[in-house]
Design a protein around this ligand. Structure first.
Ligand code: SAH
Length: 217
């Protein structure tokens, strides 16, 4: 990416963040928590994305479907909330919650961000945005993956569930839950099938002793 493009994107990004932050009294303090949350997520993810660019991919199932689902998630968890918070375009669908209820959003967001960081750290080189098997792919069954198979999705569920408490709007507040929910329920069967094909009995044994989104008791 050339320098001019980078500066342009940086300026656009800073302007949008500035407008959203400046309108916090209209949108409520939850909007600032939301802004912090969506700021921290790429900070956690980008170093992993950069390092894993060098991976050699040997399998990439459901590529077309994955692209569509990820675009929908981007609209649901970023575009719609940003447009609403920056312009008030969706204000007709606002709802009101008692002041303190916004704090429930933080109670979801904080463990969500922790899990988001921890799952990227534990998957390391084996992580990818879309469904992929890389050359030399290792089945990770330690760290947070010891008892949970999809902790990154647990993290994104928590983060998505925080949003309706932070952004009090039926569309911008719930779009992340709806779009991520769609991705989750469509993707997980394909992901588990891909892992089973790759790791066979090791993956079956791993499934038997772990839970999908929280530990098996
Ligand atoms: N579903 C996992 C990972 C999401 S990232 C979670 O929620 O934490 C998706 C990629 O992670 C997939 O392309 C797959 O190759 C890889 N992956 C998922 N589980 C894995 C595991 N236990 N070990 C190694 N790679 C894994």
């Amino acid at each position: 990416m050339n320098m001019l493009k980078l500066v342009g994107i940086g300026l656009l990004f800073a302007t949008i963040v500035g407008i959203v932050a400046w309108r916090w009294q209209i949108n409520g303090w939850g909007s600032l928590v939301w802004l912090g949350m969506v700021f921290v997520m790429p900070i956690i993810r980008t170093p992993h994305e950069k390092r894993n660019k060098d991976n050699t991919i040997i399998e990439k199932p459901e590529a077309g479907k994955e692209k569509t689902l990820l675009s929908m998630v981007a609209i649901g968890n970023s575009l719609l909330p940003v447009v609403h918070l920056a312009t008030g375009a969706l204000s007709f669908a606002n709802y009101t919650l008692p002041h303190g209820i916004t704090a429930i959003g933080c109670a979801f967001a904080i463990p969500g961000l922790y899990l988001f960081w921890r799952s990227h750290a534990d998957l390391g080189r084996n992580w990818s945005v879309t469904l992929e098997v890389r050359e030399d792919h290792k089945l990770v069954t330690s760290g947070i993956y010891k008892s949970i198979r999809h902790p990154m999705y647990s993290a994104i569920w928590l983060i998505s569930l925080a949003v309706p408490f932070l952004i009090h709007n039926w569309i911008a507040g719930l779009s992340a839950v709806v779009t991520f929910g769609l991705l989750y329920f469509i993707r997980v069967p394909h992901e588990e099938q891909m892992m089973r094909q790759q790791f066979g009995k090791d993956y079956d044994d791993y499934c038997a002793r772990s839970g999908r989104l929280w530990p098996k008791f």
